[in-house]
Design a binder for this molecule. Structure first.
Ligand code: SF4
Length: 346
């Protein structure tokens, strides 16, 4: 495969020293903080993750605190970030770290890699940033930079391309600046070598970059064929009684496992069908009104939702009937339902 140009660290590090953003996990890069931040950042933008990270660290400042927390507390701190399996894996991994390593994350890629939710990327980030080891962390941003530096003709979806760049980068790590090199590569991908519009004029690697010498550097990387998302219609119910709203808990497995949600069913029910269903649940509906349509996009699935607000005269026990304060405090409701919360309808 194409070879990366030499001397990346020498060109990148002075730029990184001048340009590095002040991010909370960079201020005190302990293994725990780096680990939690990298898990949060896997599917979340930096600006969105900042506040979550600070709250998470304030509530659970050590691996031992995380291991000792109950799952609902962890999920509540994660509420709105999505991809809740990340939070569950973090929790399980913290327990393992306490049991097997006395509460200190291991400074070894293989051991890190064996923890739930930790892949090559996260293991590389923790090993290099927190432990100063020459271990690359190759995510989509770094892969894009590498593909452009080399005009890589192969799809970045192929494991051999990622593995190949990881091995090439490993050889370029400066022994005394491993963490800074990892962070600098990420920073370049996040702030300069952007997916649609690379800002080559501001890039410290432009003299070394093959794509920059072409008329359209944004043509790289070659992307893998995308799988179309499945569309699922759902009807969402805001069941109200005496200022309380019904929630129900999702099954322990599958999509949004174990989280609380507004009652919802497959299909787009019209008013009559929605009323009949609420009646069959034992809610004794006294009135119904539409409360809008909403779309939520998961990785491989889109929910197209129709909402109905139903005034109920009975509060069947199949649901938990919650006040606004209780929902805020105790029940992690996933952001798939944000449209209904944001419209002040909850
Ligand atoms: S020169 Fe342009 S395409 Fe090349 S790495 Fe820099 S920003 Fe990306």
């Amino acid at each position: 495969m194409e070879m990366l140009p030499e001397g990346l660290a020498d060109a990148l590090l002075p730029w990184y020293e001048r340009r590095a953003r002040d991010l909370p996990w960079r201020r005190e890069p302990t293994p725990y903080r780096v680990w939690v931040s990298e898990i949060m950042l896997q599917q979340t933008r930096i600006e969105a993750a900042r506040g979550y990270f600070e709250r998470f660290m304030a509530a659970l400042p050590t691996v031992a605190d995380l291991a000792a927390a109950d799952e609902q507390t962890v999920l509540k701190l994660w509420e709105g970030l999505g991809y809740y399996s990340r939070a569950r894996n973090l929790h399980r991994a913290a327990k393992l770290v306490v049991e097997q390593y006395g509460g200190a994350l291991p400074g070894d890629v293989k051991a890190l890699r064996s923890l739930p939710g930790v892949g090559d990327y996260t293991a590389g980030a923790v090993a290099s940033i927190a432990f100063g080891l020459p271990e690359p962390a190759v995510d989509g941003n770094v892969l894009r930079v590498c593909a452009r530096l080399t005009c890589c003709a192969e799809s970045i979806g192929q494991p051999r391309v990622k593995d190949g760049f990881r091995e090439q980068l490993r050889r370029q790590y400066p022994p005394d600046r491993c963490g800074a090199f990892t962070s600098a590569l990420m920073e370049l991908g996040e702030t300069v070598c952007l997916p649609g519009t690379p800002e080559c004029g501001a890039c410290p690697l432009r003299e070394k970059c093959a794509a920059e010498k072409t008329d359209r550097p944004e043509r790289w990387p070659v992307m893998p064929g995308k799988r179309p998302r499945r569309i699922e219609e759902r009807t969402v119910f805001i069941l109200e009684r005496d200022g309380r709203v019904a929630l129900t808990r999702r099954p322990d497995r599958g999509l949004l496992a174990g989280l609380w949600e507004l009652p919802n069913v497959p299909g787009a029910l019209d008013e009559t069908a929605a009323l009949c269903l609420a009646d069959s649940w034992g809610c004794e509906p006294a009135g119904i009104e539409p409360c809008g349509a909403a779309v939520h996009v998961f990785t491989h699935l889109e929910w197209h939702m129709t909402g109905w607000r139903v005034r109920c005269q009975a509060a069947p026990e199949r649901f938990v009937w919650t006040t606004a304060a209780e929902r805020e405090r105790e029940y992690p409701v996933p952001s798939a339902f944000r449209a209904y919360k944001d419209k002040d309808q909850l």
